[in-house]
Design a protein around this ligand. Structure first.
Ligand code: IMP
Ligand code: MG
Length: 175
């Protein structure tokens, strides 16, 4: 059996598009006069960020950080390192962190603490997907696309060992 035959579609691209339109409306309502800094967590967020910001028609800035939490495979290592940090100061800025999927919560909880030390004016979280059954540390998601089951998801930026990021739909890998 080749690897493609183990993929089952969970959210087709049209459903993802509809979720992003809804998120963009909510974010526009809250941020259109705030010139926010959107901070994406690489690599998984690159597709979501690209689609989201193109639906936000007001002044904003885009930054990325690269954190390591997953060495490889499907399990978090439990410790997080900043591999590539911010290139602009965020003191007194309105910050919106953009994440692909919140799983144990360790990555995003770490980033929120890291950013708080830089004294932003506000700090919220937008996530495309939330897998609450796997949570190990509490995380408050202010703007959420989908709540997802405890399955390993790929596509739309999400990878398994660096494969499948290019697929337009979100699928899960069957065991
Ligand atoms: P956490 O620290 O356990 O919340 O993991 C967060 C990171 O793990 C996310 O930014 C994703 O890149 C990755 N991740 C978590 N669940 C999945 C999944 O189902 N598929 C692909 N990547 C995932
Ligand atoms: Mg990943």
């Amino acid at each position: 059996m080749d690897s493609e035959s183990r993929l089952r579609t969970l959210f087709p691209r049209a459903e993802i598009g509809a979720a992003i339109s809804r998120l963009a409306e909510e974010i526009t309502r809250d941020y259109q006069d705030k010139r926010p800094v959107l901070i994406g967590i690489l690599k998984g967020v690159f597709v979501f960020m690209a689609d989201l910001v193109r639906q936000l028609d007001f002044p904003l800035e885009v930054e990325f950080v690269r954190l390591s939490s997953y060495g490889s495979g499907r399990e978090t290592s439990g410790t997080v390192d900043v591999v590539q940090g911010l290139s602009c100061p965020i003191k007194a800025r309105h910050v919106l962190v953009v994440e692909d999927i919140v799983d144990t919560g360790i990555t995003v909880a770490f980033l929120m603490d890291y950013l708080e030390k830089q004294e932003p004016a506000s700090r919220r979280l937008c996530a495309l997907a939330d897998k609450p059954s796997r949570r190990r540390v509490p995380v408050n998601i202010d703007y959420l696309g989908f709540t997802v089951p405890n399955k390993f998801l790929v596509g739309y930026g999400l990878d398994c060992d660096e494969q499948y990021r290019n697929l337009p739909d979100i699928s899960f890998l069957e065991d």
